[in-house]
Design a protein around this ligand. Structure first.
Ligand code: SIN
Length: 523
């Protein structure tokens, strides 16, 4: 398997030393950096600008059991949505530590929305049995949290956030992580570190219909694959039921938050009929996998492009105030949502699988941690409960920081190895011939949409695996001319691991709906 290690050596490589290197500058990465002791020298590597992340776009909110909430109910809702294959210990940890996580965010300057009496507004989303979702500026929760974290990080002299760094590989020796090699300002840089945290986010850009930012090509997971770090639950991909329908799939699709359904909006098919009752008695607030399959079925049945979200029971002031971002995006697209239905389709939104971690966010590689969407704590099982992702990043980011701070004092080693190139001479095996990487990227997206989407079947998956293997065989020994080519290689590696995992699972649970193994039709 290709490792970028083969293409540089120490002499071509700038070396930088840190105590902790964090790959990814979303909520998971930034929050973890802030929870680490102030005497540690920390680098947070951001693939593009610090605001270019999914965290910034998160709308609905952050689920938490606070004040007198019944925590048992939050656990039950989470495992019911996750089809009971969740890691129960991780779920209990998430729920038990969620109140402390919210308090910590408030201390860092996050202003959650409150009513005139000062009580938190708490809302509903799918499969929540009580309203427990906190939000910031209505539907700008992610941005509200990120603004506060970015401000803190900028004021922290020990934390350096470095934008426009393309992380390439984990540098490892005897299953111990020594840092990250990256491409930065037109050269290779070895970010040596005593501890490393992968917080590189999801995989949305493997699909053409996604709500994810364009940087989310599964790079951290691909790096883990190349370094033989253990993965888990790779078959579980969440499709959000309601992305704004647009024929322009080249860019990410705008999300119409589940919180809109949480406030009572209804789904209607192309004939204007409400349809969710046929599929689940929780209707529009059934778990996401069920609503996404129901919508997909309705679209296929009626041969239409989309279904519709009807929020017309609310007046303009309410909608503008509660969903300011959604209201203005729809307005920019010619819709007044107090009068017009919103055209929606399901789109890839969240990856429940990823780098396998324990309750302290530790991977199976010494000195390597993973937090946020690229990590798999097992909290979400086969289908994530809405708004449990931000709280997961915060709770398990803090746990990673706590564990790192304990270890870093006792595990001190000043002589971090230099990059070992002995078995990887810089130019050996390098070939140059023309491959159209842009076409390969588009081909993969189409393939993932059609074969690894909401409804899967074995023949299509097997064909997809064959195609991916052929491409990997072709590109693995090529010299990549740009990070965009390297990104395509990452996408194919992650896709391969997902498809293989689905085929090996031989089951149909939650978001991994496989026709041959399903015990019920469509939902
Ligand atoms: C949403 O606002 O619908 C997304 C929230 C989430 O993904 O949990």
């Amino acid at each position: 398997m290709k490792r970028y290690l083969a293409y540089y050596n120490e002499n071509h490589c700038e070396n930088r030393n840190y105590d902790v290197v964090i790959v990814g500058a979303g909520i998971g990465g930034l929050y973890t950096s802030l929870m680490l002791p102030k005497n540690l020298k920390i680098a947070v590597l951001s693939k593009k600008d610090i605001y270019d992340s999914d965290s910034c776009m998160a709308q609905g909110g952050i689920a938490a059991s606070i004040q007198d909430d019944n925590r048992k109910l939050h656990v039950e809702d989470t495992i019911n949505a996750g089809c009971y294959v969740n890691n129960l210990e991780a779920v209990n940890t998430l729920v038990d530590e969620s109140e402390e996580a919210i308090e910590s965010l408030i201390k860092l300057g996050v202003n959650f929305d409150r009513d005139l009496k000062g009580n938190f507004y708490r809302s509903f989303e799918g499969n929540h049995s009580i309203p427990r979702i906190l939000h910031v500026n209505g539907d700008s929760t992610g941005k509200g949290i990120m603004d506060a974290l970015i401000k803190e990080v900028k004021n922290a002299p020990n934390i350096e956030v470095i934008p426009n760094v393309f992380a390439l590989d984990i540098i490892e020796e005897d299953n111990k992580c020594n840092g990250i090699v990256a491409y930065y300002k037109d050269k290779f840089v070895y970010f040596k570190s005593r501890q490393c945290v992968m917080a590189s986010g999801g995989i949305g850009q493997l699909f053409s219909k996604t709500t994810n930012a364009d940087i989310l090509t599964g790079d951290g997971i691909a790096m883990a694959i190349r370094a033989n770090v253990e993965l888990d639950n790779m078959e579980y991909i969440q499709f959000h039921p309601t992305a704004f329908y647009s024929q322009d799939f080249d860019n990410k699709l705008f999300l119409i938050s589940e919180a809109v359904r949480g406030e009572g909006a209804m789904l209607r098919n192309s004939s204007g009929k409400r349809f969710m009752k046929k599929y689940d008695n929780r209707m529009e607030l059934a778990p996401r996998d069920i609503v996404a399959r129901a919508i997909s079925h309705e679209i296929d049945k009626s041969n239409s492009n989309c279904v519709y979200l009807d929020a017309t029971m609310y007046n303009r002031d309410f909608l503008k105030n509660r969903f300011n971002k959604i209201y203005s995006e729809c307005k920019n697209n010619g819709l007044q949502i107090e009068k017009d239905y919103i055209p929606v389709i399901p789109a890839e939104h969240y990856f429940m699988g990823g780098i396998k971690v324990d309750l302290y966010s530790r991977t199976n590689m010494t000195n390597l941690y993973a937090v946020g969407e690229c990590a798999c704590t097992g909290v979400h099982g086969a289908n994530r409960l809405a708004s449990n992702s931000l709280i997961e990043a915060v709770v398990f980011g803090k746990r990673a920081a706590g564990d790192i701070s304990k270890r870093i004092n006792y595990d001190f080693e000043d002589n971090i190895s230099t990059i070992n190139t002995r078995n990887n001479p810089p130019n050996k095996g390098r070939q140059e011939f023309d491959v159209d990487f842009l076409k390969l990227r588009i081909d993969l997206k189409k393939l993932m949409d059609s074969s690894v989407g909401i409804i899967r079947n074995i023949d299509k998956l097997q064909n997809a695996l064959n195609f991916v293997d052929e491409v990997l065989f072709k590109i693995e020994n090529l010299k990549f001319n740009s990070v965009l080519d390297a990104e395509v290689y990452n996408m194919y590696l992650v896709a391969r691991s997902i498809i293989e995992s689905i085929l090996n699972t031989k089951d149909s649970i939650g978001s991994n709906y496989v026709e041959e193994y399903s015990r019920h039709s469509v939902v």
